[in-house]
Design a binder for this molecule. Structure first.
Ligand code: TTP
Ligand code: MG
Length: 393
């Protein structure tokens, strides 16, 4: 089964209820019970994630903890133990790279793996997926869901399809039949607002979407948005898997003439460097997945800090906000600095940044226009000629 004569096999793996499962593993008394990881009841924070037992009560990631507590007061509430989660994540990623040399971690509990050609080594793709699940379980006592398909989109949808503890293979011949009954909300970059506008057109499933003319989609979602939906409805997507490479890191740095402790000045330079990084990123039609900062103190001691992002960045203000937050969080803020830098590690955006775009369509379209106008002016007159009025902190 699942013989694929040409083309690729991409596997997507995502741990089930990740933080909550680690807690249940480490605290046997939590097993089989609703566990909510995140803020504690009585605070103003949110749910990071919750066990599947808690999901039955309607609790979800990012829900205010007060709402979660209303829905499920009997749950066990725990604060995240990031160190332990990061250790497990490392274990899982290492194990994946023992199976294939081409692994792309996309978040703490999720990765794409190119398993093309590994059949000779391990047997069918079904066997490879089952072996991966088994190895992960043996090493971590945790379940994951795996999807395999001819490209990233199908692999990702397949892993979501069969959650939790799922294993779903979609061969190239099965792609259309797999996609057609799915609700459009399952597609990438289709947020709540987009679903509403699509539903208004009488489109509910991928099958409906496929029958919709490209003109109509273009009228509604612009050329890029329409193309993205059109492609997804037909299972057309990138099959490239790769680690974020240094080569594709865009960074800018500034050395001060003399050591600087003025926080406002440092902030202004972070803002300026962020704009430069943003501009280069947009020019290349890329989006950043890891943001980094570099700080050199007067004694030449140099530090870097980086953070993987849940949502790709390409606007000056978001790059600036993340860079500054990293700086402030790192406790560097009260020392005199000699150099600062901002960097984004990027890879080709496999899809336009539609999640953001469609959530507030008008605003994002305006932002895009504004940014491309700013980019043009800066190209003509040099860096730093114009910057946006970025939020003051
Ligand atoms: P997800 O893989 O999105 O969620 P999950 O693993 O908890 O559950 P699922 O079985 O549906 O995959 O995210 C992985 C971890 O990232 C999750 O365990 C906690 C963290 N996270 C947050 O902190 N905030 C969020 O809003 C989300 C979605 C996840
Ligand atoms: Mg997960």
């Amino acid at each position: 089964m699942s013989e694929q004569r040409s083309g690729k096999w991409i596997m997507h793996l995502d741990m089930d209820a990740f933080f909550a499962s680690v807690e249940q593993r480490d605290h046997p008394e939590y097993r089989g019970r609703p566990v909510i990881v995140g803020a504690l009841p009585g605070s103003r924070g949110v749910v990071a994630t919750c066990s599947y037992e808690a999901r039955q009560f309607g609790v979800r990631s990012a829900m205010p903890i007060s709402e979660a507590h209303r829905r499920c007061p009997q749950a066990i509430y725990v604060r995240p133990g990031m160190g332990r989660y990061a250790d497990v994540s490392k274990q899982v990623m290492t194990l994946l790279s023992d199976i294939s040399p081409v692994v792309e971690p996309v978040s703490i509990d999720e990765a794409y793996i190119d398993i093309t050609g590994l059949e000779k080594l391990f047997g069918t793709v079904e066997k490879i997926a089952a072996m991966t699940k088994q190895r992960i379980f043996e090493q971590t006592q945790l379940n994951c869901s795996i999807g395999v398909g001819p490209n990233r989109l199908i692999a990702k949808l397949a892993s979501e399809f069969d959650k939790p503890n799922g294993l779903k293979i979609v061969s190239p011949e099965q792609v259309q039949a797999f996609l057609d009954p799915l609700p459009v909300a399952d597609l990438r970059g289709v947020g709540r607002q987009t679903v509403k506008s699509i539903n208004r057109l009488g489109i509910f499933t991928v099958h409906d979407l496929r029958r919709c003319s490209q003109e109509l989609l273009q009228q509604q979602f612009g050329e890029r948005g329409a193309q993205h939906l059109y492609n997804q409805a037909r299972g057309i997507a990138s099959d490239l898997v790769g680690q974020v490479s240094e080569r594709k890191s865009i960074s800018k740095e500034h050395t001060f003439g003399q050591d600087v402790s003025d926080q406002q000045l440092i902030r202004d330079w972070f803002r300026r460097l962020s704009s430069e990084v943003g501009r280069s990123t947009r020019k290349k039609e890329l989006a950043g997945h890891v943001i980094s900062i570099k700080v050199r103190f007067s004694n030449f001691e140099t530090h870097t800090r980086q953070q993987r992002l849940r949502t790709p960045l390409d606007t000056d203000s978001t790059i600036f906000q993340h860079a500054l937050a990293l700086f402030e969080k790192s406790g560097f803020a009260n020392r005199a600095v000699r150099l600062i830098g901002v960097g984004l590690s990027v890879w080709e955006a496999e899809e336009p940044l539609m999640g953001d775009l469609f959530e507030s369509e008008v605003e994002s379209q305006r932002d895009k226009k504004l940014y491309s106008a700013l980019d043009e002016i800066s190209d003509k007159f040099g860096d730093g000629t114009v910057t946006l009025g970025l939020p003051k902190r």
